[in-house]
Design a protein around this ligand. Structure first.
Ligand code: HEM
Length: 456
């Protein structure tokens, strides 16, 4: 029997109801039965082996596209002849953080919707006099969309913590809330339009024809005659097709959870790796031993698990610089925690950084040391299981962690394997903003080809 004492993240909130989030999707869904069925479909849609392969394939394609933009920027500063002569001798100073926003957003959007967005192209066009053309994008004005997601995520706090009178009548607050509601409407309209178009495409596809593997298609066909999957992890009465509003809730959550997170974590990782040359060396040695330089390779899901040290670097980055600062749980029944009795309807705010820097679990917790997670014995693994909660824990653990690891490991292989990445200013502190989450703001780097590396 599963212990459901701490299954709820937040209690019902009339503010979240007004913001269109209460009882929808997975992230802030207070209704356990509804959460269970949404989470079941969410997990199913993003955890199939074909989804993992597709994630890597798209990531490789999008990384190639990114290299094309860098090449175009380098070409602007070198004549064609000198570029030919110096194929391995150019350098590009650029904001890696902005490119990461592009590649991570474009990856999640294509995997979720099955259609392209052009966030990297849009960033390229904003900094280069040479513009690239793109067409057939699933979301017009991708920058506005990504901004709307960020505003919605940060704006949730207003609806959670302020009562209706303050939200709608107090000067300044009411103006901010009005902007947030307009932002919500614009965001929901875009999501609804994506769902409606895909529903129509599916309806027009003959029953005998194979459908795409993207998350949106999986959510639309779930428990309909088109659903070929038999995997069940919830009670039969919860297995019913999802409504468009429920699908919108899931799409919103995958974008809220999946668009910015890996971008920030990879920025932190790059910063720490650049400040620890011995870690960088060990990381490159591992990569080169699995994918030798100058021998073409094609990344596959099973290759990623061989990258034990790269995995350890990601874990250590998530430990020392957790992206999400609080894990929240609300309980509807009285309980005992840490030797104290707690009444029903208590909300617990768990300080993730407190766990990650606790002296009982970690020696020298302020030191960046991926070896803590490298080739651990079982007792260390068990100890770290409760002390390391970068992706949360229990039944509400992050459902996107596998996709996040695929993106992060693939990028480590492709970027650091092929390019030498250095910070522009080694003395500059990492520029971050911290609230419920810690977000990177920029990461100026110099990128050069790794001399002995040839293209794959
Ligand atoms: C480095 C990347 C990421 C980090 C560090 C991260 C971290 C977290 C954390 C700490 C939680 C709270 C878990 C808990 O309360 O126990 C969470 C929940 C969640 N994450 Fe992630 N996440 C990442 C990437 C992603 C991605 C790529 C997606 C989508 C594909 C995603 C979707 C979600 C969703 C939907 C939830 C709510 C789950 C629920 O309440 O059932 N996350 N994440």
């Amino acid at each position: 029997m599963v212990d459901t004492t701490f299954l709820t993240r937040l209690p019902y909130s009339e503010g979240l109801d007004e913001f269109g989030m209460a009882g929808k999707g997975v992230m802030v869904n207070h209704d356990i039965e509804c959460w269970k069925s949404n989470r079941h479909f969410f997990n199913k849609a993003i955890s199939s082996p074909s989804f993992d392969s597709e994630a890597i394939e798209w990531f490789i394609k999008l990384f190639k596209e990114l290299e094309g933009y860098w090449e175009s920027l380098v070409n602007l500063s070198l004549s064609n002849d000198s570029l030919q002569d110096n194929e391995n001798n150019w350098s590009l100073e650029t904001d890696l953080f902005s490119w990461l926003r592009g590649i991570m957003s474009d990856t999640v959007i294509v995997l979720v919707t099955g259609k392209r967005s052009y966030s990297m192209a849009s960033y390229h066009n904003s900094i280069s006099p040479i513009k690239v053309n793109y067409f057939d994008e699933v979301i017009e004005d991708i920058d506005a969309f990504i901004n709307e997601i960020k505003i919605h995520l940060l704006g949730t706090a207003y609806f959670l913590s302020l009562g209706p009178f303050i939200r709608h009548h107090v000067p300044f607050v009411k103006d901010k809330v009005k902007v947030l509601i307009e932002n919500r409407d614009s965001l929901f309209e875009k999501l609804d339009s994506i769902i409606k178009k895909r529903r129509k495409e599916i309806e027009e596809t003959p029953i005998s024809a194979e459908l795409k593997h993207d998350m949106l298609t999986s959510l639309i066909i779930a428990n309909t005659e088109r659903d070929v999957s038999t995997a069940k992890t919830v009670r039969d009465d919860l297995l019913r097709p999802l409504t468009d509003i429920e699908i919108r809730g899931n799409l919103l959550d995958v974008f809220l959870g999946g668009v910015g997170t890996t971008q920030h974590l990879f920025s932190f990782l790059t910063y720490y790796v650049c400040h620890h040359p011995q870690v960088k060396q060990k990381m490159l040695a591992e990569k080169d031993s699995i994918f030798p330089p100058n021998i073409p390779f094609h990344l596959k899901p099973e290759d990623l698990s061989k990258l034990e040290y790269c995995n350890a670097i990601i874990n250590e980055t998530g430990r020392i610089m957790p992206l999400v600062n609080e894990m929240v749980r609300h309980t509807n029944q009285s309980c005992e925690v840490a030797g104290y009795q707690w009444d029903a309807k208590t909300t617990f705010h768990i300080n993730i950084n407190g766990f990650h820097s606790h002296q009982d679990y970690w020696s020298d917790p302020e030191i960046f040391n991926p070896d803590r997670f490298y080739r651990q014995n079982n007792s260390v693994k068990e100890m770290h299981k409760i002390a390391m909660i970068a992706f949360g824990g229990g039944l509400r653990i992050c459902p996107g962690r596998k996709l996040a690891m695929i993106e992060l490991l693939s990028l480590m292989v492709l970027l650091f394997g092929k390019y030498d990445v250095e910070l522009v200013d080694m003395n500059a502190p990492l520029k971050v903003k911290s609230g419920v989450t810690t977000m990177c703001e920029e990461l100026p780097v110099v990128i050069k080809p790794r001399i002995k590396y040839s293209h794959t």
